[in-house]
Write a protein of this length. Structure first.
Length: 299
């Protein structure tokens, strides 16, 4: 039934894209978007909160600062290779600032090591977006969380997932809750995505952004070029969308990844990529992130 539903959705997308010729975005067709997000089973999120001191390794975790709350809360979405030391560091920083944190792992529970070169075992951007939205609803069910103050912080793949959750049509299509009060996106890829399986192209940034968005980008990022984001963000801002951004001219992709300083690879687009850790830029992006969160959801 799922295969039939997805196939039907893809056929409808092809017809509509051919007729309109302007928007081949998968999420325009809710059944197809939900079908793509349902190719992997839903995650089981932690039921019991732990203290920040207990979070010593990058993994799925629900972390609560001392006190009864209600606290503002963050869903943290990892990069394409799953939770690593960098996102662990961000989770601990957030908890130290009195945010409840749900650190999501979209890969490990599904037996996937990486989606850096494309979807694996049903884990695609739509599945990631649905994971994020479901994680937000899980936080809202916790008695120590203020359900109106839940935001998302995403990195690379998780940043793209986060941007998708800012659009009304994605949230409605995926049917997994009300979305986020704000989204912060670190070095996302903003170019149009052309799936290898022949589905119509899709965009992670769309013109129906409904909640405040912060995008942080690196000018030396060859894996997710900032230029692909800037034009779209400028157009959105001129149209009145609640978007803001900052460009670090010398920053590469993953500037906050101390463990990957000097790492090199060829990405899925065939680009030569190098990561360079910058303590200065990481510290500045920390200040910008939490200033944005303090203004949008408070503490």
């Amino acid at each position: 039934m799922l295969a039939l539903l997805l196939g039907l959705g893809i056929a409808l997308m092809g017809d509509a894209a051919a007729q309109e010729g302007t928007r081949g975005d998968l999420a325009v067709w809710p059944a197809a978007a939900l079908g793509a997000a349902s190719l992997a089973e839903d995650l089981k999120f932690p039921e019991h909160a732990e203290s920040p001191d207990g979070l010593t390794s990058p993994r799925m975790a629900l972390v609560k600062p001392p006190g009864e709350g209600p606290f503002a809360a963050l869903v943290i979405m990892h990069q394409c290779s799953g939770p690593k030391q960098a996102v662990l560091s961000w989770a601990r920083k957030a908890a130290a600032r009195q945010y409840v944190v749900l650190l999501v792992d979209s890969l490990g529970p599904r037996g996937v090591q990486s989606v850096c070169y494309g979807p694996q075992a049903g884990v695609n951007l739509f599945r990631g977006a649905r994971d994020a939205l479901q994680a937000a609803e899980h936080l809202r069910r916790q008695p120590f969380v203020d359900r109106n103050r839940v935001a998302l912080v995403g990195f690379s793949w998780g940043a793209m997932v986060g941007l998708m959750t800012t659009s009304r049509h994605y949230v409605e299509a995926l049917g997994a809750g009300q979305g986020f009060a704000a989204v912060a996106s670190f070095y996302p890829r903003c170019s149009r995505i052309f799936p290898s399986n022949g589905r119509p192209p899709l965009d992670v940034i769309n013109d129906d952004i409904a909640r405040p968005v912060l995008v942080l980008m690196g000018g030396a990022d060859t894996e997710a070029p900032a230029s692909d984001c800037l034009e779209k963000l400028e157009t959105l801002q001129k149209a009145g969308a609640p978007v803001e951004w900052h460009l670090y001219p010398a920053a590469t992709h993953c500037w906050d990844c101390a463990a990957l300083d000097g790492f090199r690879k060829i990405d899925r687009q065939g680009h030569q990529v190098e990561y360079r850790f910058s303590e200065e830029i990481t510290r500045d992006s920390e200040n910008r992130l939490f200033a944005f969160l303090d203004l949008t959801i408070g503490r």
